[in-house]
Design a protein around this ligand. Sequence first.
Ligand code: NAG
Ligand code: NAG
Ligand code: NAG
Ligand code: NAG
Ligand code: NAG
Ligand code: NAG
Ligand code: NAG
Ligand code: NAG
Ligand code: NAG
Ligand code: NAG
Ligand code: NAG
Ligand code: NAG
Length: 540
Amino acid sequence: MRLQAVLVLVASYTFTSAVADSFQSDCSAIASGFNISNATVWFSEYVPAGTNLSLPENNVTCALSYQVVTADICRVVLYVATSTTSGISMEAWLPRNWTGRFLSTGNGGLAGCIGYADLAYTTGLGFSAVGANNGHNGTSGGAFYNQPEVIKDFAYRSIHTNVVVGKQISKAFYQKTHTNSYYFGCSTGGRQGLKSAQDYPEDFDGIVAGSAASAFNNLTSWSGHFFTATGPTNASTFILADLWPIIHKDILKQCDTLDGAADGILEDPSLCLYRPEGLLCAPNTTNTTGCLTTPQISTVRKIFSPIYGPDRSLTYPRMQPGSELLGAPQILYNGEPFSYTVDWFQYAVYNDTTWNPATLSPRDYAAASRIDPGNIQTWNGDLSPFRARGGKLLTYHGMEDQIITSENSARYYEHVIDTMAAAPSTLDSFYRYFRISGMGHCAGGEGAWSIGQTSLGPTTPLGPSSNVLMALVQWVENGTAPETIRGTKFVGDNPTAGVDFTRKHCRYPFRNYHVGPGDPKNETNWECIQQGSVRDKWLL
Ligand SMILES: *[C@@H]1O[C@H](CO)[C@@H](O)[C@H](O)[C@H]1NC(C)=O
Ligand SMILES: *[C@@H]1O[C@H](CO)[C@@H](O)[C@H](O)[C@H]1NC(C)=O
Ligand SMILES: *[C@@H]1O[C@H](CO)[C@@H](O)[C@H](O)[C@H]1NC(C)=O
Ligand SMILES: *[C@@H]1O[C@H](CO)[C@@H](O)[C@H](O)[C@H]1NC(C)=O
Ligand SMILES: *[C@@H]1O[C@H](CO)[C@@H](O)[C@H](O)[C@H]1NC(C)=O
Ligand SMILES: *[C@@H]1O[C@H](CO)[C@@H](O)[C@H](O)[C@H]1NC(C)=O
Ligand SMILES: *[C@@H]1O[C@H](CO)[C@@H](O)[C@H](O)[C@H]1NC(C)=O
Ligand SMILES: *[C@@H]1O[C@H](CO)[C@@H](O)[C@H](O)[C@H]1NC(C)=O
Ligand SMILES: *[C@@H]1O[C@H](CO)[C@@H](O)[C@H](O)[C@H]1NC(C)=O
Ligand SMILES: *[C@@H]1O[C@H](CO)[C@@H](O)[C@H](O)[C@H]1NC(C)=O
Ligand SMILES: *[C@@H]1O[C@H](CO)[C@@H](O)[C@H](O)[C@H]1NC(C)=O
Ligand SMILES: *[C@@H]1O[C@H](CO)[C@@H](O)[C@H](O)[C@H]1NC(C)=O
């Protein structure tokens, strides 16, 4: 028995070190072996699991100077020209323990920042993964000014190029074509996922697109319109941050139990038609600390209303009620111009650095949508080529999203329904949208928000019922589509402190309903029900 154990140990040791040697030498050799058009490989290096990788080249505004690597990888760093005046910086991370799966990460905001955290997370799960800088470096949109090719990279070409080149690198390194190709991103990353499904259906077998910044020009108008609604901080229409918790409480008073549970979480905020009038200050009061003046009531109404173009066409749906405590007042209702809106209009839409965000009007909404720099809108509702090639699209959105209203994800779903003349039961075969209650923008919030969309280290839920990426893999590879996605809420959002509660989030158009009287923290006390339609709101 003992001898056998020793032999097994020796055998596995020999095996591991032999593999280590060839993996490492293959990695160093690969940089010189490539012949990929328009690509310049800077270097390739072996990085063992656990390395705290220093990223001195990463633009300071990306605010990430190191990344802990979770698997033994071969890291390839290169530049790929996309035109004579543009190009992307990209990286391929190739894990030793490869599952045969390929994956592209996405970006965020207006940023040119490689998603290193997602590269680490997904290579730890055995994907060969790529990430690119979206055609420019840093978080600002300044690089778009007078650079239409850089805008194209941002709108679609960075991801597509990254994938085409990344698949070649993966194949050259492993001497084997990947089995399936995946996409994984949120926010701008969610938009990039939808764009791929719409315009590059061959790129991916499966796409996770979270909290998507689709209808991008219109979203940018919407983000900027809050400043015109609140005015600057000294305007009578402005609402001090202190008042928002009071408004939030009033919202819960009116809407919390619409889902059958008074737990402070709105499962379906689209049902919440909030009326702020109850908070109106008493006539002639001089103390306005706990109440709203008439101009402020009107501001609240504007915030929770859709915006329209000059022809009364819908530009963008309303902010969903519930995000007040997650930073919406600090980010969007803070009495200052929204920086992405300023950048997008100045550097991309109007090519005019004197454009004044205080003048933003429905005419600007229409102009941005019409000019559509780089074809960025991402609103093609015909997903039939993606469906025809067997692609699966898993989307999600937080119901407390404080940056991109979740109502727009439902609107895109309905747009696909209309464009493809399909019913939800038909879309179910290739496109599912999960509404994650109590979740902010891509992560965080008071609900069961952890769905594997981001790595929480060893405590990240990995089973397909609790992890959007693994749910997608199971759907693509086994044909088992997720009915619900279980979210996990950790105690105090500290994964090492244990699980507070879980909740199974429903796919649209189902909504979650508490079939009490049991504890709302027990997931078995909830049911996905289909009740009514919210789409009439957009047809006003
Ligand atoms: C690289 O490929 C191109 C065309 O695909 C070819 O013209 C060129 O000779 C190749 N270069 C090397 C070094 O193999
Ligand atoms: C990685 O290195 C950075 C800078 O040297 C340091 O601040 C950080 O704490 C390190 N992280 C880990 C997990 O060791
Ligand atoms: C290489 O870049 C040029 C523009 O500089 C572009 O026209 C061409 O399509 C690119 N080639 C590939 C294979 O992407
Ligand atoms: C390799 O991946 C498989 C699952 O794909 C996992 O079971 C195994 O533990 C991994 N091995 C190492 C050394 O990471
Ligand atoms: C972005 O940064 C990388 C790394 O420093 C550099 O190689 C690349 O040229 C930069 N790209 C642009 C467009 O400035
Ligand atoms: C870093 O990013 C900022 C903001 O996007 C940009 O202005 C700056 O040029 C970038 N720096 C480098 C060295 O690329
Ligand atoms: C942007 O405006 C500048 C200055 O008016 C002009 O020189 C340039 O051609 C414009 N660029 C584009 C892409 O319209
Ligand atoms: C408010 O004040 C105005 C003028 O000072 C007065 O005419 C009015 O009656 C007051 N209203 C109430 C409800 O006290
Ligand atoms: C003003 O109203 C708030 C909230 O209703 C209350 O807490 C505060 O004591 C009042 N201040 C004065 C000076 O009456
Ligand atoms: C964007 O807004 C314009 C102006 O209201 C409107 O005509 C257009 O239909 C909107 N597009 C989308 C995708 O929301
Ligand atoms: C697919 O199903 C088989 C059999 O049930 C299971 O062993 C395998 O882990 C599944 N693979 C995925 C990716 O879910
Ligand atoms: C959740 O509810 C079910 C059904 O009522 C019950 O069997 C189970 O014990 C409950 N779980 C917890 C953790 O309370």
